[in-house]
Write a protein that binds this ligand. Structure first.
Ligand code: ATP
Ligand code: ATP
Ligand code: CA
Length: 218
């Protein structure tokens, strides 16, 4: 059976999640308090309903606890976001992902039992900042406060060198998980693998080690 998703709040973020889930062939119930938003998504989502998600009876009548995954994407109204999340937790929804507006909001959401809290504006800011500082940092994924995965574009400095030549693990404490060359991805590069300018290296490590690596070699 197809996985059933519900997206509450159809701002730019929730709307984009909704569209992307539908594109991936998922069944999506779109919920918003605004009639305009529901009209806009009526032809995109599998079902679209005008509803106030802070109303417990409404959530129950939608059978929200039967959905595999509910995404709360109410942005500015933090109170509604928290109340909605709390009721989803109380009703036993299996997977609840919530968009946080700020760090305090995030803290509360974690405390009341949201399974995953996302912070797209902040995360995107971090990624773009890394890319602005070094144009060879293509992407950046924070794993925790201290560890990340980065995508680095190989430049002239590393062209024609092997992982042994560069001695990356020993020198920087980072691991190259994969090397992308055009359409091909080598997911377990051996130590004698030669890097060619234009390759994209996917590297995992502590933030300070990754920073040293970026500065010395990229
Ligand atoms: P963006 O992703 O565009 O930055 P946002 O997350 O800042 O948007 P908001 O406008 O704060 O967006 O809220 C997203 C949506 O949530 C809006 O379409 C709004 O109508 C809807 N919304 C707000 N409160 C409720 C509620 N109680 N029940 C259902 N939907 C709600
Ligand atoms: P180590 O004792 O450092 O783990 P090793 O015994 O695994 O090294 P090799 O696999 O031959 O030795 O690699 C030699 C060196 O090449 C490593 O010490 C490391 O610096 C570098 N290296 C090899 N593979 C990688 C990788 N995937 N990412 C980063 N560095 C690597
Ligand atoms: Ca917003």
């Amino acid at each position: 059976m197809k996985k059933q998703f519900a997206v509450i709040g159809l701002g730019r973020f929730g709307g984009s999640i909704c569209q992307s889930l539908v594109k991936q062939g998922m069944e999506v119930l779109a919920i918003d308090i605004s009639e305009d938003k529901i009209n806009k998504y009526a032809n995109i989502a599998t079902h679209a309903v005008i509803a106030d998600s802070t109303d417990e009876d409404t959530l129950k009548s939608l059978g929200i606890r039967n959905f595999d995954h509910v995404i709360v994407a109410i942005g500015d109204n933090i109170q509604s976001s928290i109340l909605t999340t709390l009721m989803l937790v109380e009703q036993g929804v299996r997977h609840i992902t919530v968009k946080a507006q700020n760090d305090y909001h995030e803290k509360v959401l974690n405390k009341i039992g949201a399974h995953k809290v996302v912070h797209p504006e902040r995360d995107m800011g971090v990624r773009i900042a890394h890319n602005i500082v070094s144009k060879n940092v293509l992407d950046y994924l924070e794993l925790s406060d201290e560890y990340s995965i980065v995508e680095l574009m190989a430049g002239e400095t590393v062209n024609g060198k092997s992982l042994i030549d560069l001695n990356i693990r020993a020198k920087f404490g980072c691991n190259i998980m994969a090397i992308k060359r055009k359409e091909e991805i080598n997911v377990s590069p051996t130590a004698d693998e030669l890097i060619i300018q234009g390759d994209i290296l996917i590297v995992i490590g502590a933030d300070n080690d990754l920073n040293r690596l970026e500065q010395d070699l990229f």
